[in-house]
Design a protein around this ligand. Structure first.
Ligand code: BES
Ligand code: MN
Ligand code: ZN
Length: 505
């Protein structure tokens, strides 16, 4: 996408779509669009007066070829109430405009980049780019027809105040990096499991490493065995697809902090011997959404040139009920030496994650963030709009929350305490992989993970409810969402892990 800024009067802007953001109940007479409205025969006032456009958030209204305008279409996009303006409302307005884009037909868009006293031009531009790029995303790679329509190519920012032009442009450019990283994760997650296998994830990591000059290592099952990753390997045993433990490292000169990103990379979760019911099982191709987010985040971090060292770890495997599969009751040994009784082979995500959380120690990280489609219980608790957030360090959790808020991602903290850890003790091994009760499933899963985290500050994001959605969000359509890539990028770019961050114990 190419971003340019101009200061031409709006009626002289030649484009496929000219987007005019308007507040709820805004009067055109006396406002910033008064002259434009006059030049095009009062069609904006008319749309408000008699066509029912109110300017509420998510609303849009398309005017085709208004006389006096050079734009092929003028799109009014609702910003909601003036007092409630936020970056998120701008993303929604961009999302509403994005929905009016006809792929193939619309190559050029222009935005009336109006000035808001309460928001910086950089942030407005970033938010608009995000809403636009996320809302126009489509996954058509497996459609044999109609999949080659060229996308939007140019966004012209029409700024009144020339001194703000550079900020508008750089904000949009940064937003677009967020978009491309997020959509990269969405693509990986939308692909079926016969396309994206652990080997595919490893290949993607190598591609990213080559493109952005990152260090990459791919551990085979034999390597993982030598390292003692018995929990990770126990999940892969029932499948013919070889498991891969994937690491990427971005190490900018002078970096003073290290953040490790860990992704759950189950490329298909059949449940294993504790087989899942058939209905809806196809959705388990998305059980590598955490891994996709981790890959996309380090890619985005490299493009944003963040100042922290970032390490990405993916434990990638397929969970299948083959003849060699781990069986309920089997006891496996994790990398640190702790033994686990596998009560339920469905609870495989935590098994692959704990060996990665252990492996993370070698980097002496200031913070470790993990992303995992870990528990159905998370959606029971929060519904389809929030991811769960847990961890061992409240300062880190608070920082992740701030980064999420900046991104417009919804994270909700759930409690974690020794009481829950108690529920994960086994009669015959050190721990068991499920509590045996459904109650508090997201918390008991995190409690299990917390037995394997090192002395570092750790935050766990359960994206089971949000990674793949059936009902569209305001600027993200159904399918894979790329959550929580934008939160992670904000965290890496704008926030710091807490000083002397250590686990509570
Ligand atoms: N991948 C699933 C969790 C999941 C469910 C992700 C729905 C996305 C949508 C996970 O591996 C799993 O099967 N978890 C079990 C744990 C249980 C056996 C303790 C679950 O949530 O039922
Ligand atoms: Mn499972
Ligand atoms: Zn799973």
């Amino acid at each position: 996408m190419k971003f340019t800024t101009v200061s031409t009067p709006l009626h002289r802007i030649k484009t496929d779509m000219l987007v005019i953001p308007i507040f709820r109940g805004e009067k055109i007479k006396g406002g910033p669009f008064r002259r434009f409205d006059d030049e095009i025969g009062g069609v904006i006032s008319e749309a408000i007066a008699s066509e029912g456009f109110t300017g509420k958030a998510r609303e849009s209204f398309v005017i085709f070829a208004p006389p006096g305008a050079k734009a092929r279409r003028v799109v009014l996009a609702g910003l909601g109430k003036k007092k409630e303006l936020s970056a998120e409302k701008i993303r929604m307005a961009a999302g509403a405009a994005g929905k009016a884009v006809s792929p193939g037909k619309d190559r050029n868009m222009a935005l009336a980049a109006r000035r808001f006293p309460e928001l910086e031009p950089f942030d407005c531009a970033r938010a608009f780019a995000e809403g636009l790029g996320l809302s126009t995303y489509k996954f058509l790679e497996h459609k044999t027809s109609n999949n080659k329509k060229p996308p939007l190519k140019n966004l012209t920012l029409v700024v009144e105040d020339k001194s703000a032009a550079a900020n508008w442009r750089s904000g949009a450019e940064e937003g677009w990096i967020f978009v491309e990283a997020t959509n990269y994760a969405r693509d990986l997650c939308n692909h079926p499991s016969n396309v994206v296998t652990p080997t595919t994830l490893a290949r993607k990591a190598r591609e990213i490493a080559a493109k952005y000059r990152l260090k990459c290592s791919i551990l085979s099952e034999a390597d993982a065995k030598r390292l003692g990753m018995g929990a990770f390997l126990s999940v892969a045993k029932g499948s013919d697809e070889p498991a891969k433990f994937i690491t990427l490292e971005y190490a900018p000169r002078g970096a003073r902090q290290t953040v490790v990103l860990v992704g759950k990379g189950i490329t298909f979760d059949s449940g294993g011997i504790s087989l899942k019911p058939g209905a809806g099982m196809e959705a388990m191709k998305t059980d590598m959404a955490g891994a996709a987010a981790a890959l996309a985040s380090i890619l985005g971090a490299a493009r944003l040139k963040v100042d922290k060292r970032v390490i990405m770890l993916i434990a990638a495997a397929e969970n299948m009920p083959g003849g060699h599969a781990t069986k309920p009751g089997d006891i496996v040994k994790s990398m640190g030496g702790k033994t686990i009784e596998v009560i339920n082979t469905e609870a495989e995500g935590r098994l692959v994650l704990i060996d990665a959380l252990k492996y993370a120690e070698r980097y002496q990280p200031d913070a470790v963030l993990d992303f995992a489609t870990l528990t159905g219980a998370c959606g029971v608790a929060l519904g389809p709009y929030y991811s769960g957030l847990l961890g061992n360090n409240q300062k880190l959790i608070d920082t992740v929350k701030k980064a999420a808020e900046k991104a417009g991602d919804n994270l909700w903290q759930l409690p974690l305490s020794d009481d829950y850890r108690e529920l994960m003790k086994s009669d015959v091994a050190d721990l068991k992989n499920t509590s045996g009760a459904r109650a508090g499933g997201t918390i008991t899963a995190a409690a299990f993970l917390s037995e394997f985290t090192g002395k570092y500050a750790w935050a766990h994001i359960d994206i089971a409810p949000t990674a793949f959605i059936e009902k569209p969000w305001p600027y993200i359509g159904k399918g894979a969402t790329g959550v929580p890539v934008r939160t992670v990028l904000n965290f890496l770019k704008y926030y710091e892990p807490p000083k002397r961050a250590r686990a509570r114990t």
